[in-house]
Design a protein around this ligand. Structure first.
Ligand SMILES: N[C@@H](CCC(=O)N[C@@H](CS)C(=O)NCC(=O)O)C(=O)O
Length: 206
C-alpha cells in the first residue's frame, strides 16, 4: 500500500499512525495538495490528502474511510471498540476532531508552518493570537471534559479517537505551541502519553 500525502497533514498522520499501530507495511509518497493538479484530482475527487493506493492500483480517499478499511484488513490490534455505544463515541470523537478541532486550531499551523514553508508567505501573528484566544481554548475546554481522569485513553482502550485527536493536536506542537497543563491538565498528560507511542514517533515529520 502507498500513502500519498504530506507528513505534516494531521489527516495523513492519522493514517500513518494507524498503519504503524497495526504493523502493516506501507510506502509513503510526499504529496502536497496545493495546487490541485489533474493527477491529484484523479486520485481524490476533492483534491485532498491522504489518498491510499491499494496494491491493485486503485485509490482510496479520506482518512476516516482509510482507517476503517485498515481495521478490516488487519483487525488486530483493533482501534475500534466492540461495545456499540463505545464504538459510536469513538467515531464521534474522531468526527469532532476532523471538523471542529481542526477548524479551531488549524489557523495556527497554517500561519506558522504552511505559509512560510509551503506558500513562501509571512505568517500573520494576529490571526494566530486570535485563534489562541478564542476557538482553540473553547475546543480544548470541551476536550478536557472528555479526558480520562488518570492515565488511560478516551474510550476505554487506545482507539481511533486517540489517534485522530492527537494527530490534530500535534500540529499545535509543531507550530510552536503547547497544551497548557495548568488549564487542561488531563489533555496535556494524555497528549504527552500518546505522542510517546512508537507509532506517533514514526509518523511525525522529521
Ligand atoms: N476529511 C478529509 C480531510 C482531508 C483534508 O482536508 N486534508 C487537507 C490537508 S491537511 C487537504 O488536503 N487540504 C487541501 C484542500 O482542502 O484543498 C480526510 O479525513 O481525509
Amino acid at each position: 500500500m502507498i500513502v500519498h500525502g504530506a507528513r505534516p497533514s494531521p489527516f495523513v498522520r492519522k493514517v500513518l499512525v494507524t498503519l504503524e499501530e497495526k504493523g502493516l507495511p506501507y510506502e509513503q509518497i510526499e504529496l502536497v495538495p496545493i495546487p490541485k493538479t489533474p493527477e491529484l484530482l484523479a486520485m481524490h475527487p476533492l483534491g485532498k490528502i491522504p489518498v491510499l493506493e491499494l496494491d491493485d492500483g486503485t485509490f482510496m480517499p479520506d482518512s476516516s474511510v482509510i482507517c476503517l478499511y485498515l481495521e478490516r484488513v488487519a483487525p488486530s490490534p483493533s482501534l475500534y471498540p466492540v461495545d456499540p455505544a463505545a464504538y459510536a463515541r469513538a467515531l464521534f470523537l474522531e468526527e469532532w476532531s476532523d471538523t471542529q478541532l481542526m477548524d479551531a486550531i488549524s489557523p495556527v499551523f497554517f500561519e506558522r508552518f504552511v505559509k512560510p514553508r509551503v506558500l513562501g508567505q509571512e505568517p500573520d501573528e494576529a490571526h494566530v493570537a486570535a485563534t489562541l484566544a478564542g476557538p482553540a481554548p473553547e475546543a480544548l475546554a470541551w476536550l478536557e471534559k472528555q479526558m480520562p481522569s488518570e492515565g488511560g485513553w478516551l474510550v476505554g482502550a487506545f482507539s481511533i479517537a486517540d489517534v485522530a485527536i492527537a494527530s490534530q493536536l500535534t500540529n499545535l506542537v509543531i507550530a510552536g505551541e503547547s497544551i497548557d497543563a495548568t488549564r487542561w491538565p488531563r489533555t496535556a498528560a494524555w497528549l504527552a502519553r500518546t505522542i510517546r507511542r512508537p507509532s506517533f514517533e514514526k509518523a511525525m515529520p522529521g
